[in-house]
Design a protein around this ligand. Sequence first.
Ligand code: PHE
Length: 341
Amino acid sequence: MLDQKLKELREQMEQRLNQVDSREKLSAFWQDFLGKKGSIADLMKDLGTVSKEDRPAMGKVINEFKVQAEQRYQEYSERMEKLEMAARNRAEQVDITLPAKKHPTGNLHPITLVKNQIIDVFLGMGFEVFEGPEIEDDDHNFTRLNVPKDHPARDMQDTFYISEDVLLRTHTSPGQIRVMDMEKPPIKVLVPGRVFRSDSDATHSPMFHQMEGLVVDKGITLCDLQGMLDKFVKQIFDADVRTRLRPSYFPFTEPSVEVDVSCFECGGKGCSLCKHTGWIEVLGGGVVHQNVLRNCGIDPEVYSGFAFGIGIERITMLKYGINNMGLLFENDLRFLKQFKD
Ligand code: PHE
């Protein structure tokens, strides 16, 4: 009887195991066969009905079956674990062939780029950077720069007035006054900034950028200006570029000069960039007028200096071959992205 039961149980066990495809089914298998009220426990109870002589042998057979059932359970448990792990791995799989997400970064505006390059060159020569206000008073923008109220030179710069005495600075030169009010020579500063003039056409914008330079010390001459600017243009444009000074006029410098560079496009032979002259005008400057030094409490008998003003748009356009100034202010990304380095 028990023999027969055991044989059936063996077959049932294999059938049940064949159907196991989840943890739940495996647990149910344990309950039904190895649990306290399971089939094997029942068999043990039935052992009481077996004759005394047969009982040890039968007990042994049932025990062996129990060990076997436990082993089979263990096997299936491990198999389940492997299957689960494989399923988890499959679910968490990363497709490394997928193109990466792009994180687009911006870049500096060409004017900022050139401004930084210019500052770098002069920092290398020992200059410091100072920034003044964009809203200025007449005093700093004109009067103390040797341009009194009725001076015709005021017409050179179409000014945006806020009131009779307050205006948008027309150049970075008021920075000279502010620096000389604060510091005594030796002075070596750069004043970058936005400037404003009521002027707008293909080559003029009502807002543009300048970089002022000012050096004041004992024994400074026009030669120092030319030497430094020569170094500057060689670093910004090309090592072969030469400079030339032409006489000019600014009320706050005497003598005043326009600085030209030999055309870096044609090497001076003449082309459309230099309008067939071989030279390109890049900036204005000169020896600081004695009145300006005096207006800042600096004795012109002891000290002298030079100053220059660089148009940053102009340098940017020359350097990158940009023929339309509007491009610098339209914020068209197709244009601006070309300056990504
Ligand atoms: N401020 C002058 C301008 O805007 C440039 C300049 C600066 C000239 C310093 C001489 C010295 O045109």
